[in-house]
Design a protein around this ligand. Structure first.
Ligand SMILES: Cc1cc2nc3c(=O)[nH]c(=O)nc-3n(C[C@H](O)[C@H](O)[C@H](O)COP(=O)(O)OP(=O)(O)OC[C@H]3O[C@@H](n4cnc5c(N)ncnc54)[C@H](O)[C@@H]3O)c2cc1C
Length: 317
């Protein structure tokens, strides 16, 4: 089922969902299942599976370093298929502009269609680790809005070779990213919202937000998005702080602010076990207020570990 249908069917009840990341190449998928298992009692209608960009690795060949471009966490669509099959739940592959040509994207979408995957999250992707700015892949898209357009066209039976198939159209429900504290490259929140509106105008059906730790930022973002004419569901993304290093890492990587009260609480912790507990309690408070406000879904960034998400879900759902 589509995300929008899940939301409609819930009739105002807030749904629970989460995002997982594929294992590093060579690792067992069982570890992923072990982290999904405890969360299934909260009936997630859908689970997101991220896609990682390719990166350079250096292989030692008799003292000489060989530079190789590789994707360290492949398998997004395969994992979506296996989870869908194992748990009978909808899965949402994240589809990136970066690292993929339009042709490769089309093949990936066709695979998804054949697998009965009805939702995709359309994202630009970040710059590669070695790059300062995002460089579009040759033959690929520069912005998520262009990717949305490709998926929308596919929904209308329009493939890249321009033959219009009429009998077996895909009908993807398309999610896109939104940034309550603006995307790091956007010159202003207002400009970023214009870009978000473009994604919706080109065919996106719902928005999932970047993590935020102050609900006021989400509420203001939703108000501003509505004022800009964006009417689709805006799903809040929640990440519990888990280690002390997150105080530096999260603002640095995602360009988000942490509230002083949270910073103080984390700094007062003697170890990461205590930090994890602070993160859980903060996310519970955030989630309760958002649920009270009637958000359609609470979407959790699990980063592959579920014990803290389970503790939050137990308190909130
Ligand atoms: C919910 C969520 C899930 C994510 N999952 C993944 C994942 O699985 N894998 C991954 O690698 N990353 C993921 N990301 C991170 C995402 O790829 C990065 O934040 C990326 O830098 C931007 O992606 P986007 O889709 O928002 O890009 P876009 O919407 O293309 O926006 C990127 C920037 O370009 C600007 N812009 C947009 N259109 C134009 C235009 N026409 N002209 C000029 N400027 C423009 C925007 O304002 C913004 O600053 C996720 C982010 C979120 C919020």
């Amino acid at each position: 089922m589509k995300v929008t249908e899940h939301i409609e069917n819930a009739k105002g009840e807030t749904l629970f969902s989460f995002e997982i990341i594929p294992p590093v190449k060579g690792h067992n998928i069982q570890e992923l299942y072990d982290n999904i298992d405890p969360l299934m009692e909260f009936n997630p209608p859908f689970i997101d599976v991220t896609t990682s960009r390719e990166e350079y690795v250096y292989i030692d060949r008799d003292g000489l370093l060989d530079k190789k471009l590789t994707r360290m966490r492949p398998g997004t669509v395969g994992i979506c298929a296996s989870i869908k099959h194992k748990y009978n739940v909808d899965t949402i592959p994240h589809v990136l502009c970066g690292g993929f040509t339009k042709e490769e994207t089309e093949y990936l979408l066709i695979d998804c269609h054949y697998l009965g995957i009805q939702n995709v999250m359309a994202l630009r992707g970040d710059a590669m680790k070695e790059e300062k700015y995002f460089e579009p892949t040759s033959g690929g898209h520069a912005y998520a809005s262009d990717l949305v357009q490709q998926i929308h066209k596919l929904n209308c039976g329009e493939y890249l070779h321009e033959v219009v198939e009429r009998d077996h159209c895909a009908d993807f429900c398309i999610g896109v990213a939104g940034y309550p504290e603006k995307h790091m490259e956007a010159p202003s929140l207002q400009t970023d919202l214009k870009r978000l509106k473009q994604k919706v105008d080109k065919g996106a059906h719902y928005v999932v937000t970047q993590m935020f730790f102050d609900n006021k930022k989400y509420f203001e973002f939703v108000d501003a998005a509505r004022a800009a004419g964006i009417t689709v569901p805006i799903i809040p993304g929640i990440k519990p702080v888990a280690v002390k290093r997150h105080l530096q890492l999260l603002p640095q990587v995602f360009r988000i602010d942490l509230p002083q009260e949270l910073i103080d609480a984390v700094e007062a912790c003697k170890n990461n076990k205590q930090v994890r507990q602070v993160g859980i309690e903060w996310a519970i408070e955030q989630s309760r207020e958002l649920k009270q406000a009637g958000v359609p879904v609470l979407h959790y960034y699990s980063m592959g570990k579920s014990d803290n998400i389970k503790a939050i879900a137990e308190a909130v759902f």
